[in-house]
Ligand binder design. Structure first.
Ligand code: NAD
Ligand code: UFG
Length: 339
């Protein structure tokens, strides 16, 4: 298949590009580089041994998308392109609705014009909001608590309405839990700008000495050790979930929703403890107050993806840490060579 990856040089897009190319698909990347580096595409080529085209453009540029869909005879799109910082979405909601919602509408219009009607959309577990029960299955009520989450829910709803209006569409809405880790080569990984918001990249920067210590946001939750529990999923398992969804859409019309997680809740202390074991040294940390808006526990019921897509997350927290460390080492060498 010829597959267009919007946001294809970002964290999840780049890993999925590698996996799809390795599986024999023809991949085209489309990105405006607002949160990625132009060198990622060369590193994807280095890993795969393929010369993967990378179109520089914004998903709000419908004309360029139509041209790209025709030029590369695209069969299916995976739509990763989007902004994802929760705090920024609270401060600048219009930027988020414009980029994530208007950007998706522009893409869908382009796809309609080019008669490309297969799409996998990057949604998020954040659409569920505060869990009413656990694990979270796809039927759990939806109540996102910030603008970022609402952009994801709105795009899900747009896609569902589109399928109702034209049943020849094939749509998979993938609700990711907490993607972490990196490709085994260590050449690509999560590359946040500035001080990371998320646990794993923060821990990695403390380990490499870039940040002095980790703040553990609360140790008085009703959880196994008092710290927050999440469903961390290795980014290569997540990438495999996209391939499984594309394969499923080959013989299924309509719209289906799938959680992609491991189904296993892991606490902050457990994740940090595994990281410390892998690197053989302590991560300096201190207990800080709870972070506003944080949930105590969030993890997936993955049975629908397991049974319908025949997809299973295979990698554990140890794999997430070792691959992350390999990437952090390479990333530090890149930063060193830039200095
Ligand atoms: P990322 O920021 O690394 O990648 C997103 C990519 O999209 C970047 O390369 C960015 O430059 C590009 N982009 C953004 N707006 C664009 C636009 N208007 N036109 C063209 N390119 C644009 O993020 P990621 O972690 O790889 O996330 C990919 C998708 O998955 C996002 O939609 C995100 O909301 C969703 N998601 C991520 C997580 C997570 O924790 N990483 C969790 C759930 C859902
Ligand atoms: N945490 C710390 N210290 C830090 C960072 C995080 O203790 O410096 C804790 C948090 O309190 C939480 C856990 O680590 O208990 C995980 O936090 P992350 O920020 O890594 O992940 P979240 O689950 O809070 O948020 C992520 C994405 C959101 C998305 C959400 C649900 O960042 O965009 O998953 O999909 F909405």
């Amino acid at each position: 298949m010829n597959i267009l990856l919007t946001g294809g040089t970002g964290y999840i897009g780049s890993h999925t590009a590698v996996l799809l190319a390795d599986a024999g698909h023809t991949v085209v990347l489309f990105d405006n580089f607002c949160n990625s580096n132009k060198t990622v595409s060369a590193r994807i080529n280095q890993i795969t041994g393929h010369d993967i085209p990378c179109v520089e453009g914004d998903v709000r540029d419908t004309k360029l998308l139509v041209k790209t869909l025709h030029e590369f005879q695209i069969d299916a799109v995976i739509h990763f392109a989007g902004l994802k910082a929760v705090g920024e979405s609270v401060r600048e909601p219009l930027k988020y609705f414009d980029n994530n919602v208007a950007g998706s509408i522009s893409l869908l219009e382009a796809m309609q014009k080019a008669s490309v009607k297969t799409i996998v959309f990057s949604s998020s577990a954040t659409v569920y909001g505060k869990p009413q029960y656990l694990p979270l299955d796809e039927a759990h009520p939806l109540n996102p608590i910030n603008p970022y989450g609402r952009t994801k829910l709105q795009v899900e709803e747009i896609l569902q309405d589109l399928v109702k209006s034209d049943p020849s569409w094939r749509v998979a809405l993938l609700r990711y839990f907490n993607p972490v880790g990196a490709h085994d080569s260590g050449l690509i990984g999560e590359d946040p700008n500035g001080i990371p918001n998320n646990l794993m990249p923060y821990v990695m920067q403390v380990a490499s000495g870039k940040l002095p210590h980790l703040n553990i946001f609360g140790n008085d939750y009703d959880t196994k050790d008092g710290t927050g529990e999440r469903d961390y999923i290795h980014v290569m398992d997540l990438a495999q979930g996209h391939l499984a969804a594309l394969n499923y859409l080959q013989d299924h019309l309509g719209c289906e929703i799938f959680n992609l997680g491991t189904g296993i809740p892991v606490s902050v202390l457990e994740l940090v403890g595994t990281y410390e074991k892998v690197i053989g040294k302590k991560i300096p940390s201190q207990i800080a107050s709870r972070r506003e808006g944080d949930l105590a526990v969030c993890y997936a019921d993955t049975s629908k993806a397991n049974h319908t897509l025949n997809w299973y997350a295979l990698k554990d927290v140890h794999d997430m840490c070792t691959s992350g460390i390999r990437w952090q080492t390479f990333r530090s060498s890149l930063e060193g060579s830039r200095e």
